[in-house]
Design a binder for this molecule. Sequence first.
Ligand code: OOB
Length: 542
Amino acid sequence: MQPLRQTWPQHLADLYRERGYWRGETLFGVLRRTATAYPDNFAVVGTDGRWTYRELHERAERIARGLLSVGLTPGDRVVVQLPNCTAFLSVVFGLFRAGLIPVFSLPAHRETEIVHFLHRAEAVGYIVADRHGGFDYRALARKVKQEVPVLRHVIVVGEAEEFPSLDDLPAGDAPLPADAAPESVAFLQISGGSTGLSKLIPRTHDDYVYSFRASAEICGMTPDTVYMASLPVAHNFPMSSPGVFGALHAGARIVMCPSPSPEAAFAWIERERVTMTGLVPPLALLWMQAAGRTTSDISSLAVLQVGGAKFAPEAARRVTATLRCRLQQVFGMAEGLVNYTRLDDPEDLVTETQGRPISPDDEILIVDDMGQPVPPGERGLLLTRGPYTIRAYHNDPAANQRAFTEDGYYRTGDIVRMTPEGYLVVEGRAGDHINRAGEKISAEEIEDHLLAHPGVFDAAVVAIPDPYLGERSCAFVIPDGPKPGIAELKAFVRGRGLAEFKVPDQVVFAESFETTAVGKVSRKVLRQQLRDALLRREKEEA
Ligand code: OOB
């Protein structure tokens, strides 16, 4: 299979190499380098084990041989759905070593999403956990396998039942392939997705290694750092901002925390003397609350990163007093661009802004609806391009048309302004997705599922401000005949095989949706009107 490419214009690729951003190191090369430098340091610890860098490197090579000897071939795509566990790293680096392309799904994804990823990526493999969080992934794999006949290899980490298990992969003595080309695509990540189904994000070795190497430097990671993955590690934030990959680059120790609840996480912090972790705002609020009454010793925590959704300045100001650590805000996206407040920034910048870009060559444009740059300091739509921001989604011409300008800028859909210091403040969003505690939900995707219900004539899904989640989802529904029950509608959406976080939090019935004199209003305007009307009503009732 031909390696997948991502194309930057030649002069920019040359520039990024010249400036030392792209150094020709592959993802597996990063592990090989640290395993040589720090073979006996602990690399990773989780509920399923504790391995040194040498052990992690050996395990990854063994898995690479096993995957090739069961018939996978370099370039094949493999959907990976694993919780935070040590095996996540051995599997993923095994895939990298074998020249296989992981497609990172989240533990919350269900059959509709997995089937979509398999199709879109033309994947032939699926690696899952046995069970996690009370859910049986083998049952999911059975359903998915029936729907996708080209899925040739399902491999289970743990109790495999009828499937091959990771531990039983043949040892294989086939020679491993040469290292991948650093400019080739290393893996596909999932976009939050504002329209329709999630898109696949192709990241190259060169661009991704640069993003987490530079992030690790910004965050001062060293072999003494103990980084804990609290959020699902397949997400870009805990994976590479600087996340577990940045920690591997620095020779630091990684703690795979299976759940971000304060009880579980605080116990890990105490046991492993964790120095750094990252959270979405609602979890940061929970941790701040819990810190006052915990009996765990969390004094090792030096830096708490918060990102994925807007962290309110009032909450940001309380982090240091309650958790006794420094705060770092992180505003990033799986498509590329990541901004950080710096660890030595004055408090105002840290609490009131979402940071500045990683790279001096991250290009930032803030424009109005016509695409014209706004005056300095004013709010506008954020466009960006640079040495680690993609130029196109995988296998999705229609999305590419919408999401990228002609000169290669990614339209983030975020409304921002820039401070005189060059820091970004996120002010809102133009796209129609719901940012529910950092999980992005496409309004359109959920509307389509609601419309499949025989009792639904029309549906519009909108984001409603929520004191805990940041935003929650509200589905406005025009019934077709008698009103279906709210619980039934929710169960119907759930039954369509979707991640639980996509089930509408709230359902409101309407008799009709307003249309203008000219005819139908755009979905975008309609969603806005419905949201405003509901908020007005709630205010009046309060
Ligand atoms: C991260 O990545 P995604 O791909 O799940 O979501 C990206 C979107 C951004 O476009 C923005 O709308 C929102 O999430 N976002 C924030 C934010 N961080 C992300 N909005 C306000 N304030 C923030 N601090 O969410 C992600 C990827 C890498 C690092 C951190 C977050």
